[in-house]
Design a protein around this ligand. Structure first.
Ligand code: ATP
Ligand code: MG
Length: 424
């Protein structure tokens, strides 16, 4: 019996990102890079996989570490993980490289979490983020939030809410957690069963739950803002004052804690109202202390955010903004001789910075002109036997009715350039 060949599919929770979508991501990354450059942030590329210990430092109690990490043992018996997030790796790099502070970096690339896939939630997803290490100044918080806000406005998103909170310093949190535990403990039966265990182990995590039953209990819970020390409060006030001064609208959400253990002080999220509530956070971040120390470095304050590129683009789809950039070539070269002119002229056009493409396999004139029309190119450069013999080319506008012009082959590049719209 003949066995059918395997036909492979992308793994669950992953996708092929095809040309238009890839071009759009590249455009987003370009905008981010521009804004990061304007604010003095340098790009940092860390490995896609690291010693698993690096990521375990983000908190043994977090879903990311407990359930979502892609772990493996390499051939040298090392325990490794595919990176589930960026902050721990940036802090590892800080400890290893010891740069001068404040160290302002940004990063982009794929991240991996073993999650139940759904719209806006994948197992391989893309983040672009920043971290600033070495300054506790509240104005850094404002600068970092402003950077995210600039990028979000530049892609044309308008239905986005910035929510901020302060979860205080560890001492503030200890007092709060005591009161919170008591509150949650008294209502444990009303919580979603999946969240009940957290009351004893990680009561703050309960605030972060997406389950409806838990949410309604959480809505009545005491708030951290009532437990902040004078110092934490002053920091938080300065952040709010700064956002006000920069004209960045925000709302205070006193139950915003975020899903990773390392946060302290300011936390924030940008939420897209065009997306479903469970996946509406397009950017999340906050301050953290202790992470650098846990990775073997000196006590160092940090703050950063990560933008979920996939979700941000879904929000753009929902708002009908930031379309994929036009990928049409400028010129289609139609050659009905032996293809050598198409070969040489496309190369010449490309070398002159004019995008050009052609048909292969000695297609008929009709078929090549059809391909030219389909391509969306503005111009066709046409070479038939007569043009070849006379050392000329014909140029025709494809998207409007107009006469074909004949020009010497040596003038083709200049004529083509003069007939194309100015690049924007
Ligand atoms: P969520 O609560 O939605 O699971 P999170 O708190 O786990 O998010 P972070 O670790 O803060 O998310 O990551 C920053 C951003 O990365 C998120 O706000 C989101 O936009 C994006 N993100 C996180 N996990 C995924 C995923 N599995 N697929 C797509 N985007 C993701
Ligand atoms: Mg998550």
């Amino acid at each position: 019996m003949s066995k059918k060949a395997n036909s492979f599919q992308t793994p669950i929770g992953t996708r092929d990102i095809q040309a238009d979508a890839a071009a759009r991501r590249r455009a987003l990354s370009g905008i981010f890079a521009e804004e990061a450059d304007l604010a003095g942030y340098g790009e940092l590329e860390t490995p896609i996989f690291e010693d698993i210990g690096v990521f375990q430092r983000i908190g043994e109690g977090t879903d990311v570490v407990r359930k979502e990490m892609y772990e493996f043992t390499d051939k040298g018996d090392r325990r490794m993980a595919l990176r589930p997030e960026g902050t721990a790796a940036v802090c590892r790099s800080f400890v290893q490289q010891r740069p001068t502070t404040p160290w302002k970096v940004w990063y982009q690339g794929p991240f991996f979490r073993y999650e139940a896939p759904q719209a806006g939630r994948y197992r391989q997803f893309e983040q672009i983020g920043t971290e600033v290490l070495g300054s506790a100044d509240a104005d850094v918080d404002v600068e970092v939030i402003a950077l995210a806000s600039r990028v979000i406005s530049r892609v044309g998103l308008s239905r986005v809410l910035l929510v901020i909170n302060s979860i205080g310093e560890p001492e503030d949190r200890r007092n709060y957690v005591e009161v919170l535990s008591e509150y949650l403990g008294g209502r444990i039966g009303d919580l979603d069963p999946a969240d009940r265990d957290k009351v004893a182990t990680h009561p703050l995590r309960v605030l972060d739950s997406k389950k409806a039953a838990t949410r309604s209990v959480v809505d009545g819970a005491p708030v951290i803002t009532d437990f902040l020390s004078a110092e934490s409060r002053a920091h938080f006030d300065r952040v709010q004052e700064g956002l006000g001064a920069l004209g960045i609208p925000f709302a205070i959400e006193p139950r915003l804690v975020r899903g990773l253990d390392y946060y302290s002080g300011t936390t924030f999220e940008f939420q897209a109202s065009a997306l479903e509530a469970a996946q509406n956070t397009i950017c999340g971040g906050g301050r953290y202390n202790g992470l650098v120390e846990q990775l073997g470095g000196p006590p160092t304050p940090g703050i950063g955010f990560a933008m979920g590129v996939d979700r941000l683009l879904l929000a753009c789809d929902a708002e009908g903004t930031f379309p994929a950039p036009n990928r049409n070539v400028d010129v289609w070269v139609v050659d009905v001789t032996d293809g050598a002119s198409a070969r040489d002229l496309t190369h010449l056009l490309r070398a002159s910075g004019i995008s050009a493409d052609r048909s292969f396999d000695s297609r008929s004139m009709r078929s090549q002109m059809k391909a030219a029309d389909r391509s969306g190119a503005a111009l066709a450069v046409i070479i038939g036997d007569q043009e070849l013999a006379d050392d000329m080319v014909a140029i025709r506008r494809l998207r409007e009715i107009s006469d074909q012009i004949l020009v010497p082959r040596s003038e083709m590049v200049d004529r083509v350039r003069s007939m194309l719209p100015e690049p924007t």
